[in-house]
Design a protein around this ligand. Structure first.
Ligand SMILES: [Mg+2]
Length: 126
């Protein structure tokens, strides 16, 4: 079975770190990974394709992660979106959950896979 994942982040380093962890997390599955570097690009992919899982940064140029979630909600597009952010806005998690995100992870250095594993297990994706 192949799992299609969209990874959205304007930081090349973050994309590289996550892309490296994914085969370790989903070790029995074939992965089809697509990367987007801003919210506008992400929406183009999301309106044209179905993804099993989407990692979404919040702070990005052109369109933010919040705008991506709003646009998807407005168009009625459902996706398993996990927000991955360094945003310290206190109610960010509440906002993104109301906009339909299934998970919210704070970016840490080094990247800690445990919160992500927990979300994937809780939502039956692992
Ligand atoms: Mg960013």
């Amino acid at each position: 079975m192949s799992l299609s994942i969209l990874l959205v982040d304007d930081s090349k380093i973050v994309r590289k770190v996550i892309a490296k962890e994914l085969p370790i997390i989903f070790r029995d599955q074939e992965l089809k990974l697509t990367e987007a570097t801003n919210g506008e690009e992400a929406l183009t992919y999301l309106f044209a394709n179905n993804y099993d899982l989407v990692f979404l940064d919040l702070t990005m140029p052109v369109k933010t992660g919040y705008e991506v979630l709003e646009a998807l909600k407005e168009k009625g597009v459902r996706a398993n979106i996990i927000v991955l952010t360094a945003d310290i806005q206190p109610d960010a998690e509440k906002i993104v959950r109301e906009l339909g995100a299934i998970g919210y992870i704070k970016k840490e250095r080094p990247f800690n896979t445990n919160p992500l594993m927990k979300i994937l297990q809780d939502t039956g994706m692992l």
